[in-house]
Design a protein around this ligand. Structure first.
Ligand code: SF4
Length: 231
């Protein structure tokens, strides 16, 4: 027992103060920067080391509409909050069911990382649940393979209304590296109405956390300041 207490003392407090302490290492590939004036689609698979793209260290990239992922200048239209009624329902407590619809598991691992002691997602009232019957919405990863299409639809139908859908990663947004294959559906919004798009391959847990809190109106638009839930 004494050893456990000593270890705990040595480790200190490890949970990241978000967003104040959301500092990322030099090698982090955040939002791409336009270098030649040509638009960039953040919903595509742009985040691999082979891409000829320059990256900032800004992790904020989640948007509400697919077209807002087309980067045309410096600014990006970051996700706005759900309407007042939805915020009242989900603002303090949001339960999500994750559906891996044919992903490589990269995005799923980043979602799991949100539950670790560093990001501690549940302190914001957001939790992953096992059953769609207990969920307020779905988090979809992967390009939605033909094999997973029916399962995704059935899981969506099992979530009680009103519900939300969040597409995480390039695959769930556009098909990612699998785009155009006859075995995939090129993203979740070809099958379901999507409320939040979180780009990346895979997105960093901070990108996901920022998007979720913006959707719930817990981060002021165009800022990184956390606010109390007002709904
Ligand atoms: S977006 Fe990238 S990391 Fe996520 S499932 Fe697709 S290939 Fe894997």
């Amino acid at each position: 027992m004494w050893e456990i207490l000593k270890n705990r003392w040595r480790q200190g407090y490890r949970t990241l103060k978000f967003p104040e302490e959301a500092l990322l290492p030099e090698r982090f590939r955040g939002r791409p920067i336009l270098t030649d004036g040509n638009p960039l689609d953040l919903g595509k698979c742009l985040f691999s080391p082979d891409d000829n793209v320059v990256y900032s260290r800004d992790y904020r990239m989640a948007v509400r509409k697919r077209e807002d992922l087309i980067l045309k200048g410096e600014e990006i239209k970051l996700a706005t909050a759900l309407d007042k009624k939805m915020r009242k329902l989900f603002g303090r407590s949001l339960k999500l069911r994750a559906v891996c619809a044919g992903s490589c598991n990269g995005c799923d691992l980043e979602l799991q990382a949100l539950n670790n002691v560093v990001f501690d997602l549940s302190r914001f009232g957001i939790q992953f649940v096992a059953s769609p019957r207990h969920a307020d919405g779905l988090v979809v990863t992967g390009p939605v393979t033909e094999n997973m299409k029916l399962a995704l639809k059935k899981t969506y139908e099992a979530v009680p209304d009103p519900k939300i859908v969040i597409a995480v990663g390039a695959c769930a947004i556009s098909g990612g590296p699998f785009e155009g294959s006859p075995e995939v559906n090129n993203g979740a919004d070809k099958i379901l109405p999507v409320d939040l798009y979180i780009p990346g391959c895979p997105p960093h847990p901070l990108t996901i956390l920022d998007g979720l809190l913006r959707l719930l109106g817990r981060i002021e638009a165009n800022s990184s300041r956390l606010t109390a839930c007002k709904a």
